[in-house]
Design a protein. Sequence first.
Length: 249
Amino acid sequence: MISLQTLGGKSALVTGGARRIGRGIALALASAGADVAITYRNSRSEAEETARAVEAAGNRAMTVRCDVRSESSVRAAVAATLAALGRIDVLVNNAAVFESATLESISLDQWDAVFETNTRGPFLVAREALPALRASEGRIVNIGSLGGLRPWAGHAHYCASKAALHMLTQAMAKAFAPEVSVNCVAPGWIEFDPQPGQEPGPASARFADRTPMRRNGTADDIAQAVLFFAAGPHFVTGQILAVDGGLGL
């Protein structure tokens, strides 16, 4: 594990940082010393709770509503982050949507909705934050997916959007160098705590059995990979790191 306080004095912006993987990333960045801005679209109470956890770790935190599909909303969120925290050293493009549908049944509206969040969103946020990131010689970490590396027939629009994000990561790495490094973490099957009274679904056991590491991933597994790109060598750029326990092999 990367030693704590490697991000002391720095600030991170995590889109969709209210819960699940985003929350894990926000807390990992805070544990490494970063102040954290958390964007949310509908999960205001969860975002505020995550911000309180960041503050409990001794860091500054803020929440800001942001629809990453909207240029004006993104611009306002980045401006609010800079006003509150003064700088952006790390941008984590985590906000995303996931949907299951047979390929032949996907409507144009469904297709566009997935791409608007999963691909256009990271482009808009990165473009808006770029001047601040260049000034701080910062990092961008995009959250892709094993589905962007392997075809899932029941999630074609999702897979295509994440594959596009992987290519966008590499294009950004070339375009934003040498000041900004840009990398991507591609999670496999991630296990989340079930709701009270619920048991993990049958898919959890099925994926764990198929995974060479014999377990499903956790939000912390993804957060630690993000932390490597956020606090590791700046020379590492343009990489797509599958964090899947070998599921994609």
